[in-house]
Design a protein around this ligand. Structure first.
Ligand SMILES: [Zn+2]
Length: 247
C-alpha cells in the first residue's frame, strides 16, 4: 500500500519563517514556503540572504511581488506580479521555481492562464478539506494551521464547490474544539480511508502572534511518531506525483 503523501506550506515569507524552518528541520519534515518580494499588508518579509538560506533545505514558491489580490488588478499588472515574482526568486535562489500561491486565495480563469504562461508547474489555493489534486493549478489544502471557529469552517464548507463530499467526510471535525485534535482526526481519517494526499498550510507570523510554537512542535512530534504511515513531501513533489498519475 502506498503511504499517504503529507505536505505542508507556509505563506508570506515572514521573518518568523527561519524559526519555523529550524523546527521543521529538527523533525526532518518537508515544506514549501511561498514568499512575496514585499507585502503591502505590512507583514515584514525575510531579507534576501535568509530567503537564500531557506532555499537550501526547503522548496520556495512564488507569492507575487507585492502580495496583492490578483483579481483586483488590470491584466498587465497581474502578469507582472506573477512572472516578476518567478524571475525574482529564480535570480535570488539560483533555482527553478515551480510553484505559485494565489494571495488571499483569489484567482479566476485569466489568472490561471497567466500563471501557466509564466511557466509555473502548479499553483496552490486556500481551499480546505480536500484530499485530492484534480487540477495542478488549483492545488487545494486539507486544513489551515489556525483555530478557526467551527461555524466559520462550516460556512466555508457550505459555500465551496464540493460541500456535500466535504461534509460527509469531515463533519465530525466541526464538533472538535482544539486544532491539534482536528489535525489528528485528519491523519486518522486519511489512514483509515486510504487517502493519498494531505496538505496543511499556515503562516509563521500567526504562529508567533498566537503563541502557537509549542503547539506546532507537539504536532510535528505526532507526525514523526507516525512516520511509517506518511511520506513527507514538498508541494512540488505532490504536484509531480499527481501529474504522473494523470490526475
Ligand atoms: Zn499570503
Amino acid at each position: 500500500m502506498r503511504k499517504t503523501m503529507l505536505t505542508m506550506s507556509w505563506d508570506d515569507g515572514s521573518i518568523h519563517d527561519l524559526r519555523l524552518a529550524d523546527l521543521l528541520s529538527k523533525y526532518n519534515l518537508a515544506s514549501t514556503f511561498y514568499i512575496p518580494k514585499n507585502n503591502i499588508e505590512g507583514i515584514p518579509v525575510l531579507p534576501i540572504r535568509e530567503i537564500k538560506e531557506l532555499s537550501n533545505n526547503f522548496e520556495i514558491g512564488a507569492h507575487t511581488i507585492n502580495h496583492t489580490r490578483l483579481n483586483t488588478l488590470p491584466r498587465d499588472q497581474t502578469k507582472y506580479q506573477i512572472k516578476g515574482s518567478k524571475n525574482w526568486l529564480e535570480d535570488l535562489t539560483g533555482k527553478s521555481i515551480y510553484g505559485f500561491c494565489y494571495p488571499g486565495g483569489r484567482y479566476d480563469k485569466n489568472i490561471i492562464e497567466d500563471v501557466k504562461e509564466a511557466g509555473f508547474f502548479y499553483s496552490r489555493t486556500i481551499e480546505n478539506f480536500r484530499n485530492e489534486i484534480s487540477n495542478l493549478h488549483e492545488m487545494p489544502t486539507t486544513l489551515q494551521f489556525f483555530n478557526h471557529k467551527n461555524y466559520v469552517l462550516l460556512a466555508n464548507i457550505l459555500k465551496s464547490k464540493n460541500s456535500f463530499k466535504k461534509l460527509s467526510n469531515y463533519h465530525p471535525i466541526l464538533k472538535i474544539n482544539t486544532l491539534i485534535k482536528k489535525l489528528e482526526y485528519i491523519l486518522d481519517y486519511s489512514i483509515n480511508n486510504n487517502i493519498s494526499y494531505i496538505h496543511f498550510w499556515g503562516h509563521s507570523w500567526e504562529l508567533d502572534l498566537y503563541d502557537q510554537w509549542d503547539f506546532m512542535e507537539d504536532f510535528f512530534k505526532i507526525l514523526r511518531e507516525r512516520e511509517q504511515l506518511f511520506s513527507f513531501k514538498t508541494n512540488f513533489q505532490c504536484a509531480f506525483e499527481k501529474s504522473k498519475d494523470h490526475f
